[in-house]
Design a protein. Structure first.
Length: 208
């Protein structure tokens, strides 16, 4: 009877262990399934995130490319000069100032040299003033040429107009300076001429 009891106990324990083992395996299987579902969800989220990022990157790239194309087209348009700007009256005024500078300084300088009322140092000083003024007026013309020539400078129409106005004002200042300089030297010619005349008359009256 005891022997049968022990056999029964052994069978029960073995069955219990088998049941426990099966239960543990079942629980592990459930855990694995849950982990697999979680991993699948994570992978799915990652894939969706990649799609969003990739779509966003593509969109940004397309927008950037579009903006670049627009920007490039805008910059190229700034290189083209509006024909109406070439007809802007200030351009003729600038050229007129340049012509006046050349004509007036040559005429005055020739007159001053022929007067024989200025010494060599004064004539050299005048020559330097006229030369410097003339070279700077040529720089104004070079800048004007750049402003009104297509493909040279990237500028809007307003910027070109403002640049032309500034060049005109600068050229006007040069012409004004030249006229003041010539007028002052002309006054010297008159004063020295009168002094020379008075000296000659005085010598004649004194029999010298």
């Amino acid at each position: 009877m005891k022997k049968i009891f022990f056999i029964f106990c052994a069978i029960y324990l073995l069955y219990s262990k088998m049941s426990y083992a099966q239960s543990a395996e079942a629980q592990q299987l459930i855990l694995n399934v849950e982990k697999l579902a979680q991993l699948k969800k994570i992978l799915n989220n990652m894939y969706q995130g990649y799609q969003v990022v990739n779509k966003g990157y593509t969109t940004i790239k397309d927008i950037s490319k579009g903006n670049f194309n627009l920007h490039d087209a805008f910059l190229k348009s700034l290189l083209d000069v509006n024909p109406s700007i070439r007809r802007y009256k200030r351009i003729r005024d600038v050229l007129g100032c340049q012509a006046s500078i050349v004509t007036e300084y040559r005429s005055a300088f020739t007159r001053f040299k022929r007067s024989n009322l200025f010494n060599d140092g004064e004539i050299r000083y005048m020559a330097n003033v006229y030369d410097n003024l003339f070279r700077k007026s040529l720089q104004n013309l070079d800048e004007l040429t750049m402003v009104i020539t297509s493909g040279k400078l990237r500028m809007s129409d307003d910027e070109r107009i403002n640049a032309i106005d500034r060049i005109f004002t600068d050229m006007q200042d040069k012409l004004t300076f030249l006229r003041v300089f010539n007028r002052e030297n002309t006054v010297l010619v008159v004063q020295r001429g009168r002094e020379l005349f008075d000296t000659k008359i005085s010598k004649k009256l004194n029999g010298l």
